[in-house]
Every structure is written in structure tokens, then in C-alpha cells.
Design a protein around this ligand. Structure first.
Ligand code: HEC
Length: 203
């Protein structure tokens, strides 16, 4: 009887030791950040969700900012920081996020946020001319086939309604501009509209 109890004790302590060993070799969590890259406008917030292969994982992060302010190191399951571009060009905030589950750290994952500055006032020279010369060449520029030249302020200004109409048509539809080129990005179309509401300024 005594031996039986002893054997039982030995067996259960072995089980216990075994579970301890398992704990020490705990599988590291695999973190996922969604999205891993994000582009926001200066003054708006990031929204990055942190999840892991193991439930109950905690996350902590460090951050390196370049031309951006507002990002701070921290912890949690969502990175929601209002970031501001400190210059006239886009800046970045790069987060390095480390997951921890059951005392075991997983490999860090990185997230890059690009922060675009808010353009105060859209002008022809700074914003519109480069955009149109880039997208509407070789036709609507000096030496090009079309008589309406978008590298001229006066011509562009007097044709702005037609330009806005053509660039907002469906790609491939009759009259769609640029002929043979990709549809202008939503950002560039907004820039053209903002040029109108800002007063069609040259400089
Ligand atoms: C490959 C040459 C080509 C490119 C690139 C092109 N266009 Fe045109 N565009 C034309 C031709 C040819 C016409 C005349 C036929 C028509 O009205 O569809 C025209 C007509 C227009 C018109 C109507 C007024 C006019 O001049 O007849 C507007 C507005 C216009 N284009 C805007 C643009 C804008 C904005 C871009 C760039 C985002 C662009 N186009 C790119 C060839 C081009």
C-alpha cells in the first residue's frame, strides 16, 4: 500500500515537472499588425489593430519619428495616435511592436505610418502645373498636339471646368482624360477641386 502511494506521488510530481518544463518552452506568440502600413493626413489618427496567434497576448511598442510628431512608445491592442507632419513634405512614424504571451516574447513586427502634410492653399505654380504637366504630357503642353496647353496658367484657369469634367469620367469612357493614361488619383482630383475653392491662384 505504502509503495503504491509513493509511486502515485512520484508519478504526479513527474507530471507536475513536465508541465513546468512545458511552461519554460512556451511557444512565442506571432503578432500581426493590421494594416502594416498606413497613410494619413496630418492631424488625423492612426488605427492599427494588434492581434496574435495566442489569446491574451500583450503588445508593447517603441517608435521612431521622422518629420512627424505625436507618436509615443506604449502598450495595448490598438495604436491610435494623432500624428502631425512637422514639415512641408510627408514624414513617417515607424513602430516596432513586441508581443508577449505567458512570459514569452515573440518576434517584433514593424508598422510604418506615412503622414502627409495639409497643403494650406493650392496654387497653380506649386500644385497644379506639375500635376497636369506630369499627367497630360505629351498632348496639352507646349509643342504638343492639343491646342489647349495646361502648362499655361491662363489656359488652365479658363478650362478648369472642362478639366474637372474629363478627369472624373470613367477610365475608357468617351472623352476620358488623360487619353491612354491611368485615371488621376483621388488625391490629385481633390487637389484640382481645392484649387477652385481656394480661388484659382497662380502663386
Ligand atoms: C495622348 C494625348 C492626350 C493626353 C495625355 C491628354 N489629352 Fe486631353 N485631349 C486630347 C485630345 C486629342 C483632345 C480633343 C478630343 C476630345 O475633346 O476628347 C483632348 C481634349 C481635352 C479637353 C477638352 C478641351 C479640349 O482641349 O479639346 C480637356 C479639358 C482635356 N483634354 C483635359 C486633359 C487633361 C486634364 C489631361 C491630363 C490629366 C489630358 N487631357 C491628357 C489629348 C490628350
Amino acid at each position: 500500500m505504502k509503495t503504491k502511494i509513493f509511486a502515485l506521488l512520484m508519478f504526479s510530481s513527474l507530471l507536475f515537472m513536465n508541465s513546468c518544463t512545458k511552461e519554460d518552452d512556451a511557444v512565442p506568440p506571432v503578432a500581426t499588425a493590421t494594416p502594416a502600413t498606413q497613410t494619413i493626413t496630418s492631424g488625423t489618427a492612426t488605427s492599427v489593430a494588434l492581434t496574435s496567434s495566442i489569446s491574451g497576448t500583450t503588445f508593447s511598442w517603441t517608435v521612431v519619428q521622422s518629420g512627424v510628431s505625436g507618436a509615443t512608445p506604449g502598450s495595448g491592442t490598438n495604436i491610435a495616435h494623432t500624428l502631425v507632419a512637422t514639415g512641408e513634405v510627408a514624414g513617417t512614424a515607424t513602430y516596432l511592436i513586441t508581443p508577449t504571451a505567458n512570459g514569452t516574447m515573440g518576434s517584433p513586427v514593424s508598422v510604418t505610418i506615412t503622414v502627409n502634410p495639409v497643403i494650406a492653399i493650392v496654387t497653380y505654380t506649386v500644385n497644379i502645373k506639375p500635376l497636369l504637366v506630369n499627367s497630360c504630357t505629351p498632348c496639352h503642353v507646349a509643342g504638343g498636339s492639343n491646342p489647349n496647353k495646361w502648362d499655361s496658367y491662363a489656359t488652365t484657369k479658363s478650362n478648369i471646368n472642362g478639366i474637372l469634367d474629363r478627369v472624373q469620367r470613367e477610365s475608357g469612357a468617351a472623352g476620358f482624360m488623360p487619353v491612354g493614361g491611368p485615371k488621376l488619383s483621388a488625391t490629385n482630383i481633390s487637389l484640382l477641386k481645392k484649387w477652385v475653392t481656394d480661388g484659382l491662384l497662380e502663386n
